[in-house]
Design a protein. Sequence first.
Length: 272
Amino acid sequence: MTRTLYSPVKPAAVVAEVRAGISKLLAGVLIGGLLLSSCAGMSYRQAVEPERPMPEQPFEGAPEAVAESVPEQPPEVLEVPEFPEAPEFPEAPEQPEWPTPEVPLYILGTGQVAPEALSGFLLSINPGAGEDFSVELARFYTEEAEIEGVNHDVAFAQMCLETGFLRYGNLVTADMNNFCGLGALGVEQRGERFTEPRIGVRAHIQHLKAYATEEPPQQELVDPRYRWVRYGSAPTIYGLAGTWAADKEYAEKIKSILERLYRFVYVVQKDD
């Protein structure tokens, strides 16, 4: 048979524990009541008292007080670095303005361009003309024109116009030594033929002189069409339009070639 053992309980200890529990209970009730009372007071004030607006302006005297409390700071001085001065570049030299002679309008006169420059101008436009032949041809024009008192610049420019800078391509061909289209009237009459270049140049100069003046040629006449000219009817290149050639712009075309010639001689070659 098993026996159950019970430990004896003292009555005084039980009473003390009961009293402690009652004290804790009363303390909790008291604290809870205080919290409820505080919350109720706050709710009442929020419901009854209106919300106070914040003042729009600061309190009087505040800015001055703040300003006095902040010490003045000296302005900060920034040091600007010194850059070296830009070097001075020398001015570009002025390009010289090469004077070009006025375009001659009269057929009689003295040319200004040397034979070498005349041939250089011709070759600059038509390199296929041949250097030796172009130099020789330019010399013939200066010599023959000087004898008759004709401006060789004008005669040479007319030759360039009539032959297409010695390219030909029309009725007259290179083997005819006809440098101004003398007698070239059509397919059945393609123009006059001359035995050598100098004679062909002489015939051109004589024919041109016949238009400019009534004076006869200084050398033996080689121009077969000299008698068909009304002597002295065209002292200027403008008189050749409609007479020497039917083209009304004939004189302007000669003038344009003269302008190109002088620009080549007095500007292009000088710059080079």
